[in-house]
Design a binder for this molecule. Structure first.
Ligand code: DPM
Length: 320
């Protein structure tokens, strides 16, 4: 009697170029560590891949880029899914869990400029320069610091956005450093925005691998790719966001550092126009990451975050 070989493991991914680069990286890392198993990539398109003309914030639905993959996991079509962690909602469907957080790229935002502004930085762009972003977080923070700039929505994948910039539709655009680096376009990063200018999104720059909560075989494999410091930082960031959010995207930014066993989390909540902004930091043991996130959220609520968030939900519900 010969025993049948173990079945191959199916990895779910979106079809975008960035998603595939990330998923193929995970596949290669696992294949190298578990040479006796076979890892296959299965692509699916998500709601977010189909709706490209509506500003993300107005769609309101969480899980825009993850839902179809989650259904695939629950139905057993795929065994786990690779996401940009910042696109993974902080509350996951019953039966699924965050199985692994991989080592983070630089989580910062980047300024990418049109050729005519090669000699400029974010704080020297001229009055009225048109900056493209559809992130409420980036918009609020940049409007706060640079009210003399003009801001315009921009959608589409990275290449589409860069083409729009190069065609002259924008003077500059803001993108994540991580996405540009992973797609081999690091040379387009003109300036890495410091945290004083732009706090990044929760989970930015890290990959989150989601799997079935009971699937101990898959969890065991995924553990090999976990990067502990990144995981602590992202757990703190995610619990901060979970404690603050309602039903849509809001201007919330974070920054985290780890030194020794001490984790420092900075968080901010801003109004849509960036005029009101509350920001604070907290430090403590990295092993208490989630408690730190919750405590910081409570501290910010006492400093006015609740009123800012309520005003945003009302505004977005009115369909502004
Ligand atoms: C989320 C936001 C954006 C993405 C909102 C935000 C940017 C939207 C936009 C939650 N997801 O950051 O405040 O600019 O229109 C996304 C990108 C990456 C993952 C692209 C980017 C790559 C970086 C990473 C889209 N999701 O932010 O430039 O893996 O963290």
């Amino acid at each position: 009697m010969v025993s049948s070989p173990p079945r191959s493991i199916r990895i779910g991914s979106r079809k975008s170029q960035l998603a595939l680069v990330q998923t193929h990286w995970v596949q290669a890392e696992l294949q190298q560590r578990f040479a006796d198993r076979k890892f296959e990539v299965h692509t699916m398109s998500t709601q977010g891949d189909k709706i490209l003309d509506v500003a993300l914030a107005k769609i309101g639905d969480k899980g825009l880029f993850t839902k179809e993959l989650e259904i695939g996991m629950l139905q057993g079509e795929i065994d786990f899914a690779v996401h940009s962690l910042k696109d993974l909602p902080t509350r996951l469907p019953e039966g699924l869990m965050l199985g692994c957080v991989t080592e983070r790229e630089d989580p910062a935002d980047a300024l990418v400029v049109h050729a005519r502004h090669q000699d400029k930085q974010i704080d020297t762009l001229p009055e009225g320069a048109v900056v493209g972003t559809s992130s409420l977080r980036r918009l609020a923070q940049l409007q706060h610091h640079y009210p003399h700039l003009a801001f315009k929505d921009i959608r589409g994948n990275l290449n589409t956005r860069l083409q729009k910039l190069d065609a002259g539709e924008f003077d500059a655009i803001i993108l994540a450093v991580a996405g540009l680096r992973r797609l081999g376009m690091a040379e387009r990063i003109h300036q890495v925005l410091p945290p004083e200018v732009s706090l990044h999104a929760v989970g930015q720059g890290a990959l989150g691998i989601e799997c079935r909560a009971e699937d101990s075989e898959i969890l065991e494999l995924l553990k090999a790719l976990e990067h502990q410091p990144t995981a602590y930082r992202c757990y703190a960031e995610r619990s901060f966001l979970r404690e603050l959010e309602g039903g849509c995207q809001v201007p919330i930014g974070v920054n985290t550092t780890i030194e020794g066993n001490t984790l420092t989390l900075t968080g901010m909540v801003a109004s849509l126009d960036g005029q009101q902004m509350v920001k604070d930091s907290i430090s403590g043991a990295a092993t208490e990451a989630e408690a730190l996130g919750i405590q910081l959220a409570h501290n910010l609520r006492q400093q006015g975050a609740t009123e800012i968030l309520e005003a945003i939900f009302t505004e977005i519900q009115r369909g502004s």
